[in-house]
Design a protein around this ligand. Structure first.
Ligand code: HAM
Length: 404
């Protein structure tokens, strides 16, 4: 949990720095929404949806990702017209029926960001720089690398798809059955193939560059120029197509340094200028990213668990529940985190239990303290003397100690 909390604190801060507002969408959506946007032939939709049918027979599913729900919700709330450019972020569980293994879970947690309404490469650049800043804050920046590709416009991609289909069709006989299916359904998926024969063929396969027009090239050039200016290294990977069909122009993935496996991607995203058109006919460009929290946490250095607060107990011979609870409330009113030990026991046992808790100080009331109306405070983590003082003086000393 210390790592999850550190990550979640940094996520909130970085989104605040870049002017994003949080959006929370339901876990359940209509299946049709994802089929129309992510693509019926993608693994996510074809194999990995957790499907649900409600009592009236509506075809629903647990959300496999956040972009499509965010875009749907933003459009439904009429945010897109009202606001010009929307900068939205989200964080929550996603569900994909994949084969569970290290780094691949059926319920995993993503945070992500979507910038809607801005067609300029500045939006793509800001998202990549936001990631750079976050990786630095999490001390994982030396463990990840950035790969980028240009998927061009829909027309350019169609031209490339044809070139790719012609090339692989000439070698159809040697292809694995899954790749022969990809050849028919979506030849771009072949770039992602893990089959040995397809991998061999890729070495001489056409690349998209020759199909790109001046506008698409200029978009990616602007992105890479800004990354260089800001000291972010990257590599261009012409085989990076991503597992979802809604992308165009700039796509990217942050992967673990030294690893080529897609399941080691910690974050991915790109531009999806045609997605809204597909969903509800609205013309609104977008670009976004999502990152897997479990995969990031696996790379983060250990966080020292922070001992904090007070463990408050009363010795058995004077135990008085009302007195104890009221003391704890008074300490909380002064701003201290308090674990109330509501069990009469001997002082050595109390101290043992206090040490085993996450508290930094034990606050004990024994017979003497009760008669003097004082508190004995024993530091549990430092070799500093204990003290017995009045309530007000104890609070003062504890405040000073916490500030040090
Ligand atoms: P994605 O590449 O499918 O993109 O997922 C983003 C990240 O989620 C991955 O890089 C990975 O870290 C994590 N992830 C995905 N599947 C799993 C899993 N089964 N177990 C653990 N972690 C996983 C998207 O979801 C797009 N919506 C990103 C995007 C936002 N594009 C534009 N805007």
């Amino acid at each position: 949990m210390p790592k999850w909390h550190k990550l979640e604190d940094e996520i909130r801060q970085v989104f605040r720095l870049y002017g994003f507002a949080e959006l929370r969408t339901p876990l359940v959506e209509r299946i049709d929404l994802f089929v129309r946007s992510i693509g019926a032939s993608t693994d996510i939709v074809a194999k990995e949806l957790f499907k649900i049918e409600d009592a009236r027979g509506a075809r629903l599913c647990l959300r496999p990702e956040g972009t499509v729900p965010v875009v749907r919700a933003a459009a439904a709330a009429d945010m897109l017209r009202a606001r010009g450019v929307s900068r939205l972020w989200y964080d929550g569980p996603m569900f994909r029926h994949e084969r569970p293994q290290q780094g691949r879970l059926r319920q995993f947690h993503q945070f992500g960001a979507e910038m809607l309404g801005d067609p300029s490469p500045t939006a793509d650049i800001e998202l990549l720089l936001l990631c750079k800043r976050l990786w630095e804050k999490l001390a994982i920046d030396d463990k990840v690398v950035l790969e980028i590709n240009n998927l061009g416009t829909a027309d350019e991609r169609a031209k490339y798809r044809q070139q790719l289909a012609d090339y692989f069709a000439a070698h159809r006989a040697g292809l694995a059955a899954t790749d022969r299916r990809r050849l028919v359904e979506n030849p771009l998926r072949l770039l992602d193939s893990k089959e040995p024969r397809a991998q061999e063929l890729l070495a001489a396969a056409p690349v998209i560059n020759s199909c790109l027009g001046a506008g698409s090239r200029a978009h990616l050039d602007a992105v890479t120029a800004a990354l260089e200016e800001c000291g972010q290294s990257y590599s261009l990977n012409p085989w990076l197509v991503r597992g979802l069909d809604y992308y165009d122009l700039c796509v990217f993935e942050w992967t673990q340094r030294g690893s080529t496996k897609r399941m080691n991607a910690i974050a991915g995203g790109g531009r999806y200028d045609g997605l809204l058109e597909q969903l509800n006919g609205q013309d609104c460009p977008g670009v976004g990213l999502a990152a897997g929290k479990e995969r990031i946490i696996a790379l983060m250095p250990e966080e020292a668990s922070r001992e904090d607060g007070l463990f408050v107990g009363m010795a058995a011979e004077v135990f008085d529940q009302s007195y104890l609870v009221s003391l704890c409330e008074k300490l909380r009113a002064e701003g201290f985190a308090v674990i109330c030990h509501a069990k009469p026991c001997k002082i050595p046992t109390l101290l043992k239990q206090a040490s085993a808790s996450i508290a930094r100080y034990a606050v004990i009331v024994g017979p003497r303290e009760l008669s003097e109306q004082s508190l004995t405070v024993k530091p549990l983590r430092e070799t500093v003397d204990q003290f017995t003082l009045s309530f007000a003086e104890s609070v003062e000393r504890l405040r000073q100690a916490q500030a040090d």
